[in-house]
Design a protein around this ligand. Structure first.
Ligand SMILES: O=C(O)c1ccccc1NCC(=O)[C@H](O)[C@H](O)COP(=O)(O)O
Length: 198
């Protein structure tokens, strides 16, 4: 199962996520307790080997702002939350940056509906750490989509059984306080998912 660890801001946690087998790592570059600058994201992205996808997370910024931050940080994908004009990110995709769209369960959940490379179905308030009715989306997106919102080492098995996603995305569930990642929790989350894979 594909695993993304989101909201990293310290080299120690980037190294832990990579060593523990994360497939993707997210850097939040929008209003958030996890916000980092594109320059900081570039420093952290430089620690990530090529087989791990680096993702810049944005909410509501205009395409030009997202493009500048993506290019300055060197992330290989952008994850867009909120209202971004549909179709205006073609220029970024043309530069080889992959497009991830994050929506809630009320949205159109058909994979490809947003011209995205990857769909994330998240809680209504992204990054809040609040579990939601994961089972409500079971069977709705088809293809490669990720489940997010309130996942943690202790409930990811339940969430996967409920929603049957292709991948999972976590941030708050591997923190001890908003924005404070914990290496033991990152390892525990990845172990819980890899145990499901086995
Ligand atoms: O992390 C944030 O504060 C944030 C702010 C604005 C847009 C997105 C944000 N985070 C996205 C993510 O970290 C993940 O995609 C996901 O929402 C994590 O959810 P959770 O594990 O419940 O924190």
């Amino acid at each position: 199962m594909y695993v993304k660890i989101c909201g990293l801001s310290e080299p120690e946690h980037v190294a832990t996520a990579v060593e523990a087998g994360a497939d993707a790592i997210g850097f939040v570059m929008t209003k958030s307790p996890r916000r980092i600058t594109p320059e900081r994201a570039a420093e952290l992205a430089a620690l990530v080997p090529p087989h791990v996808l680096t993702v810049g997370v944005f909410r509501g910024e205009d395409p030009q702002t997202v493009r500048e931050a993506a290019l300055a940080s060197g992330v290989r994908a952008v994850q867009l939350h909120g209202k971004h004009p549909h179709g205006d990110f073609t220029a970024l995709k043309d530069l080889g940056v992959r497009l991830i769209r994050a929506v809630d369960a009320q949205a159109d959940l058909r994979c490809g509906a947003y011209d995205e490379d990857l769909l994330i179905v998240d809680a209504p308030h992204a990054g809040s750490g609040q579990p939601w009715d994961w089972a409500a989306v079971r069977g709705r997106p088809s293809g490669q989509w990720m489940l997010a919102g309130g996942l943690a080492p202790g409930n990811v098995a339940e969430a996967v059984a409920a929603a049957e996603p292709w991948g999972v995305d976590v941030s708050s569930g591997v923190e001890t306080a908003p924005g404070k990642k914990d290496s033991d929790l990152i390892r525990a989350f990845l172990k819980a998912v890899r145990d499901l894979d086995a």
